[in-house]
Design a protein around this ligand. Structure first.
Ligand code: 26W
Length: 879
């Protein structure tokens, strides 16, 4: 050993420099002169790994001894991105590693690019889970994440012939220094089979094997855990069966087990209802619950105490089968009564909703569930019938009240109808025998219909159906579905939305029935992001400036301190330095754009960024239409007018789900607009439209610090929260956006006058959808821009035909997301942006105000609220 390293309270055998050298030689098998970037990355990563393991072991041993209540964050997705920079800096070893790397003529920033992103998530929900792990560890909260070790993460997006192409993401290609395989931690997970004497005999079994990913907190000894499960075939461990049995059957079982953890479903907002996905969900949920119970029973006898030691937070409905699986484990495996098991389950489980889009709400066919998980289907039926029994009184009272209220109304109507009939009879009599007979017949039928007493029992039954966890498919009559969100609400002690407006919408639009019964169950927990990754580490230049101004870097731990930056917005010298940093980050992005797309963009124009998953509700399409208009206006200008225009570089990024037809066309349209505009010599630097392929966590870390304006323009009421809006705001990018999701709270914190807000409000949407005008009555700029698409200005007019139809044809989409309604006010907001950008001092002043005003959106604040208001978990730091 060269030196002893005692930082972070741990003492690895070798000092930083020696350990890199050791890893390079013995683990990576390269010598100093052969230290190519990837190899250097690997040896640095392994060296950090050893330090992480020490912190991890000490934390976990401490928690085992103290036995505090733990939070278990169940999530099908963890969008971690790269780990090296985060780990080194959270361990407070940045300086030492930088020093050690000088020997190789390298810096940490470059070495870090040798790492492949761990993209085990789609978008917002998966990245939120990753931010939460960072905050849990940083707040010393005893907590683990539980998920799936997908071998293929989110697909890599490429561009070919102007279209998105999907490529496999084999992220484990160079090995993964950040995980620890635990062959000693395995659980059996069953599928299919039948119920024999009430006991479930699975028809297929796989083994879940644990991999632990240490999660270092920021400048604390605490190191949390993300436990990811891999699936193995039982035959791999039963050599005898392998030899004696059917070899090809054994191989087939291995293939099936491999299939479970092979790939992340790349759907961000549409539920496909594939059996394999349900298999994935049950696989990780079952293993996680078994694991937790096994560890609990090492130290406790009686499972009645489980709610004092464990809370399971379900990240959306994806892990909702946990409600049934916890019941099964408690009843079938541990011998509890149904009632005792239900009391425990409903004290352990909580649910977060992340979406109101109907097509994203999971509903599993009873047929699929009963086949894959017969015992769970039986339990869900029992849960549902108990639930409906428990509310029958409530529903009956409601029906009675409604009947009473309508009674008076009805009597009035009946009297009026009787008068009308009398008049009709008199009139018929005058016309003769035949007319009178016909009129009498009508009258007797009407009277019979009127007198038929409203059948209360039927009304109660009908109403109860709307509360039922098991419901008929409204499109496919006869098919019964399990509404997983309803199961989650009934099985949980807390239900939360992810931004203030969203938490209200789920109460009024998604779960109004359940609010009647359990009003206290519904909460709001506005999302947040970790300031470590999303400011301190991705924007070290701006961070240094903030630290210098505040005289401390404590803001990285306590984001409320950012508010102290406000007076600096009024300091011209500080503003100049703030601009310099932005300029530097713009330069780095311009370089990336050149590398990835070949386009040369200037660093002088305004950088206008629109990055997120591609979806109709997020309205990248509306932005594209506005750019067509901008292009048209620039073309029509005189040279004198052009000289006064405000130049922009507009950058789009985001993946379209591979089966999402319209989203892929939106990508193609943006690429086509770029192709035309960027190669038009008349336009030059006045407008560049760039689609940067393969938007992911690492690209975001480069893009966000470079943004001057960022777009969050979803139709009001559709985006649950958004989290990139918070990242942009913290990095001093101004926001153009709708009154949707967390934009509203960002506006409240920053001052709405500092945002570019436009568009209709969430509570107007339903009416506007009913009242849509003929599309040619809308803004002429909008119609003209679409006309340019249809006439082939950007090529392939036939290819874009149905994209145009989706917002212009009543029978083909009917502009569901109201682009036409919002276009004019969107353009007004865009004009205001151009105007403000002319005044660089005022623009910079606002930029500083954004950073200073949005410390609230630190995920440390969010997690602190979850810990106090839902989980009841206490910080447990090591002394
Ligand atoms: C395939 C089914 C499916 C359905 C929904 C997969 C994934 C989803 C997610 C709920 C989509 C998602 O990521 N939602 C986002 O969650 C973020 C974190 O709370 C919010 O900020 C975003 O507004 C929300 O869209």
């Amino acid at each position: 050993p060269k030196e002893e390293d005692t930082s972070n309270g741990v003492a690895p055998k070798l000092g930083v420099e020696a350990s890199i050298e050791h890893e390079l030689k013995y683990r990576v098998s390269a010598n100093n002169t052969d230290a190519r970037p990837v190899k250097l990355y690997q040896s640095v990563a392994w060296s950090v790994h050893d330090r992480l393991v020490d912190a991890f072991d000490q934390t976990q041993a401490y928690w085992k001894e103290k036995d505090p209540k733990h939070i278990y964050y169940l999530s099908a997705e963890f969008l971690m991105g790269r780990t090296l920079t985060n780990a080194v800096n959270n361990l407070d070893l940045g300086g030492e590693y930088a020093e050690a790397l000088k020997k190789y003529g390298a810096d940490l920033e470059t070495v870090a690019t040798g790492e492949l992103d761990a993209a085990l998530g789609n978008g917002g929900l998966g990245r939120l889970a990753a931010c939460f792990l960072d905050s849990m560890a940083s707040l010393d909260l005893p907590g683990w994440g539980y998920g799936i070790r997908y071998r293929y993460g989110m697909f890599k997006q490429g561009v070919k012939d102007g279209l998105q192409v999907e490529l496999p993401d084999y992220w484990l290609d160079n090995g993964n220094p950040w995980e620890i395989r635990r062959p000693e931690t395995q659980f059996k997970v069953g599928f299919y089979g039948s119920l024999e004497d009430g006991k479930w005999v699975p028809g297929e079994e796989v083994i879940a094997e644990a991999y632990d990913v240490p999660i270092p907190g920021y400048k604390t000894k605490t190191c949390g855990n993300l436990r990811l499960w891999d699936a193995l075939a039982p035959e791999e461990f039963d050599l005898e069966a392998f030899n004696a049995g059917d070899y090809s059957k054994a191989v087939e079982q291995k293939r099936r087990a491999d299939g479970i953890t092979a790939v992340l479903y790349p759907n961000d907002a549409t539920e496909e209802g594939k059996e394999l996905r349900l298999k994935q969900q049950f696989f990780f949920v079952s293993a996680s619950l078994q694991d937790t119970i096994a560890r609990y029973l090492e130290q406790h006898k009686d499972l009645a105490g489980l709610p004092d030691k464990a809370c399971f937070q379900m990240n959306d409905t994806h892990p909702t089968i946990a409600v049934a699986e916890l019941m099964r484990l408690l009843i079938d495996e541990h011998g509890l009564s149904y009632d005792d098991a239900w009391a425990i389950t409903t004290k352990c489980v909580a649910y977060t909703n992340h979406t109101v889009m109907p097509e994203a709400l999971e509903k599993w066919p009873v047929r699929v569930l009963a086949k894959l998980l017969p015992r769970h289907m039986q339990l869900i039926e029992q849960i549902n019938s108990n639930w409906l029994d428990s509310i029958t009184g409530h529903v009956t009272a409601k029906v009675e009240a409604e009947l009473a209220a309508s009674d008076a109304e009805k009597q009035k109507k009946a009297a009026a109808a009787a008068e009308e009939r009398k008049a009709a009879l008199v009139a018929a009599e005058a016309k003769g025998e035949e007319a009178l007979a016909a009129a009498k017949k009508v009258v007797s039928e009407e009277e019979a219909a009127e007198e038929k007493p409203a059948d209360k029992a039927t009304l109660v039954e009908e109403k109860l159906k709307t509360y039922s966890i098991i419901q008929e498919n409204q499109w496919t009559k006869g098919e019964m579905l399990v509404n997983m969100a309803y199961l989650a609400v009934v099985g949980s002690f807390a239900v939360n939305g992810v931004a203030a407006i969203h938490s209200e919408i789920i109460k009024t639009d998604i779960f109004p029935h359940f609010v009647e019964i359990f009003p206290e169950r519904f909460q709001n927990k506005t999302n947040g992001v970790t300031l470590r990754r999303w400011l301190a580490y991705c924007n070290p230049e701006l961070s240094a400036l903030i630290t210098e101004a505040l005289g401390t870097d404590e803001w990285v731990r306590d984001a409320t301190l950012l508010a102290k930056l406000k007076p600096f917005a009024e300091d011209a010298a500080f503003r100049a330095r703030w601009r310099e940093v932005k300029q530097q980050k713009k330069k780095a992005l311009a370089e990336r754009i050149r590398e990835q797309t070949g386009y040369q963009v200037s660093t002088e124009p305004m950088y206008d960024i629109h990055v997120k998953r591609i979806h109709e509700y997020k309205r990248q399409y509306m932005n594209a239409i506005s750019l067509i208009h901008r292009y048209k206006v620039l073309k029509e200008m005189t040279p004198e007018q052009r000289a006064k225009a405000v130049p922009r570089v507009v950058v789009f990024g985001g993946k379209a789900a591979s089966a999402y037809y319209m989203a892929k066309k939106i990508v193609a349209l943006i690429l086509s607009i770029g192709e035309t505009v960027n190669n038009d010599p008349e336009i030059g630097d006045l407008l560049k439209v760039v689609f940067l392929p393969n938007y992911n966590v690492s690209e975001a870390e480069l893009i966000i610090p470079a943004a001057e304006i960022s777009q969050h323009i979803s139709t009001a009421g559709t985006e649950a929260s958004g989290t990139s809006n918070m990242k942009f705001a913290l990095n001093g990018a101004l926001i153009i956006g709708t009154l949707d999701g967390a934009n509203i709270e960002i506006g409240e914190n920053t001052g709405f006058e500092n945002l570019f807000i436009f568009g209709v409000k969430a509570d107007e949407i339903n009416k506007l959808r009913e009242d849509r005008k003929n599309f040619s009555d809308y803004d002429p700029r909008y119609t003209a821009a679409l006309q340019m698409v249809s006439s082939g200005v950007f090529g392939r007019p036939e290819y874009f035909e149905d994209l145009v139809a989706s917002i212009t044809d009543m029978n083909r989409g009917n502009d569901w997301f109201l682009l036409a309604n919002d276009f004019a006010s969107y353009m007004d907001a865009q004009d205001a942006i151009d105007e403000l950008y002319r005044d660089q001092e005022e623009w910079t002043r606002r930029s500083i105000i954004y950073t200073a005003s949005n410390g609230f959106f630190s995920s440390d604040r969010t997690i602190d609220q979850y810990a106090r208001e839902i989980w009841n978990v206490q910080p447990t730091p090591q002394p």
